[in-house]
Design a protein around this ligand. Sequence first.
Ligand code: HEC
Ligand code: HEC
Length: 379
Amino acid sequence: MSDASNRVAASARAAAFGQRLFFDTRLSNGGTISCASCHVPEWHWTDRRPTATGLADTDRNTPSVANARFNRWFGWAGATDSLWSASLRPFADPREMGNSERHVAALVRSQPDLECSYRQVFGRSPAAVEDDKVLADIGKALAAFQATLVTGRTPFDDFRDALARGDRAAQARYPEAAKRGLRLFVGRAQCNLCHLGPQFSNGEFDQVGIPVRRPDGRYDWGRYDGIKAVQASRFSLLGRFSDDRKGTTGESTRRVALTVEAYGQFKVPGLRNVALTAPYMHDGSIITLADVVRHYSTITDEKLILAAPHPHAEPGEELPARPTGSLLRTLNLDAREIADLVAFLHTLTETRAGPIRRPPTAAPAGGTQLVRSGAKPCG
Ligand code: HEC
Ligand code: HEC
C-alpha cells in the first residue's frame, strides 16, 4: 500500500532507517526515551500501562502501532491525519520525548550515521534543507518502518474463509464459544455498528461511556481537541510537507468540521490482536476484555451522559437530552454471553506472531548494522 503523502512510504531503505530511528533514544530531549520505550515490540508495540509515561506521565493509553497504516486518523482523538505526522507528535510533547522537534533536525545533521542514512534515503544532505523539512522526512522514514508492521492471520480469518468456501471441516475447527460470540458481535450486541471491516473499525469517533473527566479533575475532550489540533497542524495533509501534489489524500482533513458531537468522542480502535494489548480504552481504565464486555452490557443513557456531560453543564444541573443519539443500548448479557464475546475477541489474535525486529544495537554507537536494502552501511 502506498501513501501519496509520503514519497518514501514503500522504500525498503527508508523502512530500515525508520526502524533504527524507532529504537534510537538520541531523538528525545535528554537522550533517554525512544519510540520503543512506549511501543515495546515484545508487548505488541504497547507498554502495558493504563496511560503512557515518557519524560512525564501522559493522559492516554499507548495504542499499538501494528496495523496503524490502515488508519485514516491517528491517536485517540485523531489529532494527526497521516502515519508520518503521527510519528512526529511525540517529539513536540514535553511529557513524551520532550520538545525535541528542533533538536531532531540538529541531531540528524550532526550525527554521522544519521546524516549518512538521511542522505541515502532522501537523496540530499540534511544541511541543505530547513528544520521542518528534515523533521517531516524523519516522520516519513518512521512511517515507512511502521507500515511494515501488519498483523498475521487469525483463527477468525480461517473461519470466515471456511464459511465462504463452504468447508465444513475447517469451520468445525473454530471454537463453539467463539461462534456464539461472533453471532452476538454482529447480532444482538451490535458491536459491528462501529467495529467493522477488515480492521474491525469504522475509522471514526464515538463515545462509549468512558468518562472524559480525569482522576486529577482535568478533562480530555477527545475528538473536539483532535479536530482543532489537526486543523492547526503545520504537518497535516493540507500543509506543504505532504508529498501529494494532487491533494486527494487531504480530502477528509479538508472536510472535517468542529461540532458539539465531537466533545468526548474517541477513535473506534481496531480489534485485531486486542487480546494482547490490555489495558483498554483511551485512558486505559478497563483492565480485561471481560470487563470491557461487561461495560457495554451495562451501559445506560445516564452513564453515557455522565461520562461526557455537556461542556457547560454544572454538577446538579438537569441532564441534557440523550447525547448525540448514541447507538449503544443496555445489553444485559448473561455470564455465558460475556464469556462467548471474549472467546470471539481472542480469535482475532494472530496465530503466528511476526518476528520481533529490533536492530542489533539501538545505542548511539554503531546502531547501523541493520541495512537490508543493499545500500552501503553508514558510519
Ligand atoms: C511516552 C510514550 C510514547 C512515546 C515515547 C511514543 N509514543 Fe506513540 N503513542 C503514545 C500514545 C499515548 C499515543 C496516543 C496519543 C493520542 O491519543 O494522541 C501514541 C500514538 C501513536 C501513533 C498513532 C497510532 C494509532 O493507531 O492511532 C503512532 C503512529 C505512534 N504513536 C508512533 C510513535 C513514534 C514513531 C514514536 C517515536 C518517534 C512514538 N510513537 C513515541 C505513546 C508514545
Ligand atoms: C457506538 C460505537 C461502538 C460500539 C457499538 C461498540 N464499540 Fe467498542 N469501542 C468504541 C469506541 C469509540 C472505543 C474507544 C472508547 C474510548 O477509548 O473512550 C471502543 C473500544 C473498544 C475496545 C477497547 C479496545 C482497545 O484497544 O482499547 C474493545 C475491546 C471494544 N470496544 C469491543 C466492543 C464490543 C465487544 C462491542 C459490542 C458489545 C463494542 N465494542 C461496541 C466504539 C464502539
